[in-house]
Design a protein around this ligand. Structure first.
Ligand code: ADP
Length: 547
């Protein structure tokens, strides 16, 4: 029998143990919360970094919803599992080892008996883990498909509303969610089987241990007190195991999500990057037998041994029927895609060897439908330069806006240069967006300006304003000829622009079929350029008659 003071000693120990358990469990929880948060953030940042450096072909062939799911739900899943489960997992593991040691000290025979279920459960867990992992991947995919639908819809709400397509969009969304639910059911059934087995088997083992333990007590091999202790330990061990089993299944889900995250994290962009230093750029461009197939449509040859040479400081017009490959030439100059044959040279240097940073500082583009960002006008104009050594001053921004014919409308806005433009610039008109895009290109003082002369989508007034900004730019280009002049490449639709170009390249079916200035090209009345001009004039006449 224990003495009373002895008993008090144990109670004191118990109190101490409870306090320590409380303190350490709190500490463990908070450490893991911090770790989980960090894992989540670090994964997101690394993933964002990796995504931003992928080639444009990757984005042509990957759904945006997939990418954002990777970045949001998958990284959260991984982060949360780390916080919650690794925490409980480690606790249960330590608990299991401690309890195990005590059990062996009491009776090794009983301990071995208690362990007969372990190999069974291990094998089952491994199988179940693999199954859940592949199922999770599929489920995440379905969620991502749903995201793609919702993002596309929210990104184009005016179209959805105008075509009364809300219900159709919802149906499509529901379809993906339905597939997710079906997979979710399969996962629930698998969990049911796994949990039933892993719960029942240890209980059965418990019964066997009670039986064998009773025999040992009857034979006086162990005391009844030891048997009770052993059974209590066994219960604690089975608690630890069942939480390890549960965590194992959630962790395998996290591993499924992590697999997808790491797949992207380790995906190397197709284009090689180099940061070779360049001398002051002159703005000479050369294409040597360039072939191009787009990753999204690898069977269709878009450029076919295309060659052209652009002198520094000249004004070049690319003309030809739609789909001929003019915009593709522009994309290759910026190294947005990888050509499959030939070379694209800027100032005699392969664009492969020029760092993206250097390229973007040399070349600016105004595309047909320029994308603005949900920021202020000022920040849109200095897009990409903010916080760098090239950040423009307010005066430079105003000057660029003036050159782009944008100053007048900016001055009428309530907060002038600090006015927010809304998502993708929706709060501005097409013409205003276009002029901001011109200002954004000009503020960089590029050596090469790429211009997709897209005035067709604009109303007459805006078209006039945009066109006169372009004309001014070209006129300045002409006046500044020689050292320091800007090379301008225009995908031209208007005769007035084409006529003013130093050299016109007629591009058809991915090849340059004619080259020269307006006068030279017209000398061949049966040539591609002459027939293009004839067609344009006829169209104009028809328009005039219609008026
Ligand atoms: P243009 O500017 O002369 O109208 P483009 O260079 O835009 O011609 O297009 C040439 C061809 O390449 C077209 O058939 C077009 O469908 C295809 N194309 C353009 N961009 C892509 C892309 N990102 N992915 C797949 N095909 C593309």
């Amino acid at each position: 029998m224990w003495e009373v003071p002895n008993f008090i000693k144990y109670v004191k120990l118990l109190v101490l143990a409870s306090v320590l358990a409380g303190v350490f469990s709190g500490l463990r929880g908070s450490v893991f919360t911090v770790v989980g948060g960090r894992v989540n953030v670090r994964l997101r940042i690394q993933l964002m970094d990796s995504l931003l450096s992928q080639d444009i072909g990757f984005f042509d062939t990957t759904k945006t919803g997939d990418i954002t799911s990777r970045l949001s739900s998958d990284t959260t899943l991984v982060g949360d599992q780390v916080t919650l489960n690794v925490n409980v997992f480690l606790r249960s593991l330590v608990q299991a080892f401690g309890v195990l040691l005590c059990m062996f000290l009491i009776s090794w025979q009983l301990s071995i008996l208690a362990f007969i279920s372990v190999p069974l459960i291990t094998i089952l867990s491994k199988w179940y883990g693999n199954y859940v992992r592949s199922l999770t991947k599929l489920m995440q995919k379905k969620l991502a498909d749903g995201n793609s639908v919702s993002e596309a819809a929210f990104g184009s709400m005016p179209t959805v509303r105008s075509f009364d397509a809300a219900e159709a969009e919802l149906k499509e969304f529901e379809q993906h969610m339905g597939k997710y639910l079906a997979l979710n059911k399969r996962s629930a059934v698998a969990y049911c089987g796994y949990a039933a087995f892993t719960t029942a088997v240890p209980q059965l083992v418990f019964a066997v241990v009670v039986f064998y333990g009773g025999m040992l007590v009857r034979n006086n091999d162990i005391s009844i007190g030891d048997l009770v202790k052993f059974l209590l330990y066994l219960q604690a061990l089975s608690d630890a195991f069942s939480s390890i089993g549960y965590i194992f299944s959630s962790l395998t889900q996290a591993v499924g999500a992590a697999d997808k995250v790491f797949e992207l994290l380790h995906r190397t962009p197709r284009y090689r990057e180099s940061s070779a230093q360049r001398e002051a750029p002159r703005g000479e461009i050369q294409f040597e037998n360039v072939d191009l197939y787009y990753p999204a449509r690898p069977q269709r040859q878009v450029l076919n041994k295309l060659s052209l040479k652009v002198e520094p400081g000249s004004i070049i017009a690319l003309v030809g029927q739609s789909g001929g490959g003019k915009s593709s030439v522009m994309s290759l100059i910026q190294h947005l895609y990888e050509q499959s044959g030939g070379r694209v040279l800027l100032d005699g240097q392969d664009v492969h060897e020029i760092s993206p940073e250097c390229l973007s500082r040399t070349i600016s583009i105004v595309s047909q439908e320029p994308t603005l960002f949900a920021r202020s006008i000022k920040r849109n104009i200095m897009y990409g330069l903010e916080g760098t050594d090239m950040e423009p001053t307010h005066e430079e921004i105003v000057e660029a806006a003036r050159l782009a014919n944008a100053e007048s409308f900016i001055e009428t806005l309530p907060q002038k240069y600090d006015t927010e433009v809304g998502e993708r610039g929706v709060q501005l008109s097409g013409g205003q967006r276009q002029r901001l895009a011109i200002a954004r290109a000009l503020v960089r003082k590029p050596k090469v300006l790429l211009l997709d002369e897209a005035t067709s989508a604009l109303d007459a007034e805006s078209e006039h304003l945009v066109q006169s900004a372009i004309d001014d730019m070209l006129a300045r280009g002409k006046n500044e000829k020689g050292e320091g002049a800007m090379t301008v490449l225009i995908v031209a639709h208007r005769l007035s622009t084409v006529r003013n170009a130093d050299t016109i390249f007629v591009i058809q079916n991915g090849q340059v079929v004619e080259e020269g200035n307006h006068g030279q090209l017209l000398e061949n009345p049966t040539g591609a350029y002459s027939s293009l001009i004839r067609r344009q004039m006829q169209a104009q006449e028809k328009l005039d008659i219609a008026k």
